[in-house]
Design a protein around this ligand. Structure first.
Ligand code: NAG
Length: 207
């Protein structure tokens, strides 16, 4: 276990070097993971216009692949329109320290200049929004009008997916700060722990 932590540390440290990251990424595998103790909080200023009011995910742990039940509600007092920037900071606890996971392939501690563009890429405009948004008449493209948004309890299936190489066992913190035109709109912080069945220590042992 000690060794493994040391290797994960090396792995994260080596992620600073692009070449190593590329090598590491070759060990991407499809595997199953469990997410424990998901929790969230708003981390913005009291006057931020956008806040999440509720977010309930079950079961705990959430299994990937597996079923997920979610309900959520939030509100914004201003319209959220392009360009809608988000700065994400992802940290992983390694041997008692919080280490920032770098941005690789648009995942990690990344700065997205316009989430509206990303949404348009993921869900081509003109197409129905994915379920359950479609059923509840919720939008999936900018602009999001000022108002209250509520997603009633809904079931999702989390498919088998290629999880990033750094998503190894441990505790994580993710913070997202939303803003537009130099103004902070909202901030959300999420914490969770991961248990996966693949030993990603392989990522360095191979070299
Ligand atoms: C994101 O970070 C950049 C660089 O630090 C900063 O200029 C920008 O205002 C930040 N955006 C948000 C939404 O916080």
């Amino acid at each position: 276990m000690k060794n493994c932590i040391a290797v994960i540390t090396l792995c994260l440290v080596s992620a600073m070097h692009v070449k190593r990251v590329v090598d590491c990424e070759k060990t991407h595998t499809t595997y199953s993971a469990k997410i424990f103790g998901f929790s969230w909080e708003n981390c913005g200023k009291p006057e931020d216009p956008a806040v999440l009011k509720t977010l309930v995910l079950s079961p705990d742990p959430i299994t990937i692949p597996g079923d997920l039940t979610a309900s959520a509600s939030g509100s914004t007092t201003v319209e959220l329109a392009s360009p809608l920037a988000v700065n994400v900071t992802l940290e992983k606890e390694v041997a008692g320290f919080w280490i920032k996971v770098p941005c690789v392939d648009e995942i990690g501690s990344c700065q997205y200049t316009d989430v509206c563009n990303l949404l348009n890429l993921l869900i081509p405009p003109g197409q129905d929004c994915p379920e359950p948004l479609h059923t509840y008449g919720m939008p999936c493209h900018c602009p999001f009008k000022a108002g209250v948004y509520t997603l009633p309890e809904s079931g999702f299936y989390l498919p088998d997916m290629d999880l990033p190489y750094w998503l190894t066992n441990g505790h994580y913190k993710v913070q997202g700060v939303f803003g537009s035109m130099e103004k902070e709109l909202g901030c959300l912080k999420i914490t969770f722990a991961v248990h996966s069945n693949t030993n990603h220590c392989l990522c360095l042992v191979r070299h």
